[in-house]
Write a new protein. Structure first.
Lengths: 107, 115
């Protein structure tokens, strides 16, 4: 079953912040986050393995609330290079992805 | 290392034709999978394999066949192409399936059009 992402799309100005949410109707053991630039393959950002775990990658970080069966991706002080579609993925033997959140950062 | 290699990059088929999308990885990954990506639908899992000789269905397996005779290769077969199979196809692999801490490596994708 696919996780549910929100919002579907967001437009930012450089320097603004954004939050992308990912939730599941099933218990989550881990959450993966990937970013896909237009016309390219998805690229791994981070994995969160434990409830409450938070990770960071430059100014992109994520949290994982196992109890609420959800994860959030935080993009701080966004840069033009952050533009793309962000996918969360949940794994139970196979990997299922949400429908994606299209992020556009404008100058 | 080449990583995950997909061929062809582009393909146009007529309805009813058959073809095989190739996927190969040189990282000794146990887990391999195929996704299709359609606008607004994200990445949907077609089939996956947790090791040579083992395959299983994903979310949208109908119209597709797979086999895994070697660790390196995981071809996707369309036996009788339909316009609904027009999509971008991605192959992905990771060190081991069933493990929650292994990231996926994606191929560059195959853009398939069925007329």
């Amino acid at each position: 079953q696919q996780p549910v992402q929100s919002p579907q799309a967001v437009i930012l100005r450089e320097g603004e912040d954004a939050v992308i949410n990912c939730s599941s109707s099933k218990a989550l053991y881990s959450v993966h986050w990937y970013r896909q630039k237009h016309g390219e393959a998805p690229v791994f950002l981070m994995i969160l393995l434990k409830g409450g775990e938070q990770k960071g990658h430059d100014k992109i970080s994520a949290s994982f609330n196992e109890k609420k069966q959800q994860s959030s991706l935080y993009l701080t002080a966004s840069q033009l290079s952050y533009s793309g579609t962000y996918f969360c993925g949940t794994e139970e033997g196979d990997m299922r992805f949400g429908a994606g959140t299209r992020l556009t950062v404008k100058p | 290392n080449a990583g995950v290699t997909q061929t062809p990059k582009f393909q146009v088929l007529k309805t009813g034709q058959s073809m095989t999308l190739q996927c190969a990885q040189d990282m000794n990954h146990e887990y391999m999978s195929w996704y299709r990506q359609d606008p607004g639908m994200g990445l949907r899992l077609i089939h996956y394999s947790v090791g040579a000789g083992i395959t299983d269905q994903g979310e949208v397996p109908n119209g597709y066949n797979v086999s895994r005779s070697t660790t390196e290769d995981f071809p996707l077969r369309l036996l009788s192409a339909a316009p609904s199979q027009t999509s971008v196809y991605f192959c992905a692999s990771s060190y081991s399936g069933g493990s929650t801490n292994e990231k996926l490596f994606f191929g560059s994708g195959t853009q398939l059009s069925v007329l």
